[in-house]
Design a protein around this ligand. Structure first.
Ligand SMILES: Nc1nc2c(c(=O)[nH]1)N=C([C@H](O)[C@H](O)COP(=O)(O)OP(=O)(O)OP(=O)(O)O)CN2
Ligand SMILES: [Zn+2]
Length: 154
């Protein structure tokens, strides 16, 4: 049982596959390769006290987090090659492949930069969709089961 004043965090995890490379990496990661990424989206807010309504007892329906994260991050990045705009030779090559799904990123696609990019995209999406009732608290992005980055804004 929760009291009405409590702020609670909820997290929805989604997974997707993308290619990338870190062009100046001094190890294997400078080569073209891919990952099964997992993104965990954490929102904070008050639990709805809406007896008889679908969202009663929820901060937000997990389905809404899934829908918006899919629309703005997972679908654009899934089975895409995420390439840094500074990686010009590769950008040119990928653009030469007909109908190739390429996403040109502002920064080198480390897990830190991808998590930050996802946060920047999703923060205004959740803010607008739920009129400030909820806050995007953090994004955790796993590049491998053993490597991940966390992003949050104060
Ligand atoms: N701080 C960061 N370090 C590294 C990143 C990154 O995004 N941020 N990325 C890579 C590589 O892209 C790669 O994804 C991870 O490499 P690695 O550590 O070798 O991970 P593995 O799962 O392949 O580890 P194994 O132990 O070899 O299985 C590198 N560094
Ligand atoms: Zn990698």
């Amino acid at each position: 049982m929760t009291t009405k004043q409590e702020t609670i965090s909820i997290t929805r995890r989604l997974e997707f596959d993308s290619g990338h490379r870190i062009p100046n990496h001094d190890g294997q990661c400078r080569h073209l390769h891919g990952h099964r990424y997992a993104i965990e989206v954490t929102l904070t807010g008050m639990v709805a006290d809406h007896p008889g309504k679908a969202d009663d007892g929820m901060v937000l329906d997990f389905g809404d987090i899934k829908r918006l994260t899919n629309q703005y991050v997972v679908e654009p990045w899934d089975h895409a090659f995420l390439v840094a705009k500074e990686d010009t030779g590769l950008v040119q090559y990928l653009n030469s492949i007909p109908n190739h799904k390429t996403v040109v990123m502002e920064h080198v696609p480390t897990v830190e930069n991808l998590a930050s990019a996802a946060f920047e995209v999703l923060q205004p999406v959740f803010e607008k969709a739920f009129e400030g009732r909820l806050k995007l608290a953090s994004i955790r992005l796993y590049e491998t089961p053993n490597c991940w980055a966390d992003v949050s804004h104060s």
